[in-house]
Ligand binder design. Structure first.
Ligand SMILES: [Zn+2]
Length: 313
């Protein structure tokens, strides 16, 4: 089987052709998750991702494949989607001896399960945090810090969190729900949250004008200087505002955002988790896409002695 990159990851031999995360509409494609840089219509995807596609692209067009069920696409008969732990509905793809992780996280999340290593011959993986310096703190530690900070700040006024509208926002809502808090969210986030309930991920949130003491979860755009939406309102009420992203572990966002705190809540695996994942999958070769693809391959060759090449630099 040949593997290369051409507007998506292409798996093919003489008779068969399959596209993983194609960048164009395709009926022989498989989409791993509902972030906008991955979503295309007509492809195969988990039922969760198909519902997300319906809301984000305005038309629910594609073929649902539940986790763990075998499906045939493009002449390949032995394809299975497995939880990737990145966002709600995100999937790794196993086909013959190949495992493609898509965006993934072995620490997982409250709203999406977690990625488990699978023995394979060829491991195709994303390497967003593929440089040695991209080491993330343990997720439980970040969540604990976040809870403590929230409890302290709530004594002073409203508390607002900013995170990407699909995936991160819902993780924050789940963390706040675990503290007994029901945050306010803008319509854009609520429309996505509504889908989670249809797949047994119960999120509690409110829309409309905040009343009394409150918490809120907004998009990162509302935190940019000058503040807008619920973040602007909370600031006028002496509220506190935090931004959440894995990149917060490495870069300060205080210059561009009007925030009081930032927390490295990531939906990707950090460098250490990426290396652990390769070890556990024990592949004969590694192919990388996205982020620090070249640097990570160097680390895999040096530290694990496994053949590793970037598929897409
Ligand atoms: Zn993603």
């Amino acid at each position: 089987m040949d593997i290369d990159y051409d507007r998506g990851i292409v798996l093919r031999d003489e008779q068969r052709k399959l596209l993983l995360d194609p960048t164009h509409q395709s009926d022989i494609g498989i989409v791993t998750h509902g972030h906008l840089d991955h979503l295309v219509k007509d492809a195969y995807m988990t039922p969760h991702t198909l519902d997300i596609l319906g809301v984000r692209l305005g038309e629910r067009r594609g073929k649902p494949v539940p986790y763990g069920e075998k499906v045939s696409v493009g002449g390949f008969d032995d394809i299975t989607l497995l939880p990737a732990g990145h966002v709600f509905g995100s999937a790794m793809i196993r086909v013959d001896g190949v495992l493609y992780t898509g965006d993934f996280n072995t620490s997982g999340g409250l709203t999406c399960g977690k990625a488990e290593a699978q023995k394979c011959e060829t491991l195709i993986m994303e390497t967003t945090y593929g440089k040695r310096k991209y080491r993330l703190p343990p997720k439980e530690q970040v969540e604990e810090d976040l809870r403590i900070w929230t409890e302290t700040q709530m004594d002073e006024g409203p508390v607002v969190f900013g995170g990407y509208e699909f995936g991160k926002a819902q993780e924050i809502i789940a963390i706040l729900n675990s503290m007994g808090e029901k945050p306010y969210v803008p319509e854009k986030i609520a429309r996505i949250c509504d889908i989670y309930g249809n797949h047994d991920v119960d999120l509690k949130y409110l829309t409309g004008e905040p009343q009394g003491d409150y918490t809120a979860v907004v998009t990162p755009g509302e935190l940019k200087k000058p503040l807008s939406g619920l973040a602007r309102r909370a600031r006028k009420e002496r509220g506190n505002i935090a931004y959440l992203s894995g990149w917060c572990a490495f870069y300060p966002f205080f210059r561009t955002m009007d925030i009081d705190a930032q927390f490295p809540l990531s939906d990707h695996a950090g460098f250490d988790e990426l290396m652990d994942f390769v070890r556990a999958c024990a592949p004969e070769r590694v192919l990388t896409v996205h982020g620090s693809a070249v640097e990570f391959c160097q680390a895999v060759r040096d530290e694990l002695g496994i053949d590793a090449q970037p598929l897409k630099k």
